[in-house]
Write a protein that binds this ligand. Structure first.
Ligand code: TYC
Length: 104
């Protein structure tokens, strides 16, 4: 808001500007383990993160070698839902694969 006073030679301009609030984004991170089959991880990445088989394979191999890897970045509510879906899907298929989220 601006406020201009005239009538003498002084002038006051006051501005109140609300900072735009950036939405928080969260990385979805898959952790490596020694037991979950590579093919299962590739299929899971395709299924939950809409990646091509080629991209999913690259991500899976990166996790396998580095210990963890990012599959996507989403707003908190979507990230939490996907994390829960992935953990549930792995568990119900008898695999120890773990998914976490981390603020971006
Ligand atoms: N390390 C697993 C294996 O050798 C493959 C794997 C990759 C498991 C990524 C989990 O998030 C993971 N079968």
């Amino acid at each position: 808001m601006s406020n201009f006073n005239s009538g003498d030679d002084t002038q006051t301009v006051s501005k109140t500007r609300k900072k735009l609030q950036e939405p928080d984004f969260y990385k979805i991170i898959l952790l490596n383990d020694d037991f979950t089959p590579m093919e299962f991880v590739v299929d899971l990445i395709c299924k939950f993160f809409s990646k091509s088989a080629e991209d999913a394979t690259t991500i899976m191999l990166n996790i396998h070698h580095e210990g963890f890897g990012v599959c996507g970045v989403y707003p908190l509510d979507i990230a939490e839902t996907k994390m829960n879906q992935v953990n549930q899907y792995a568990r119900s298929n008898g695999h120890p694969l773990k998914c976490r989220i981390e603020r971006n």
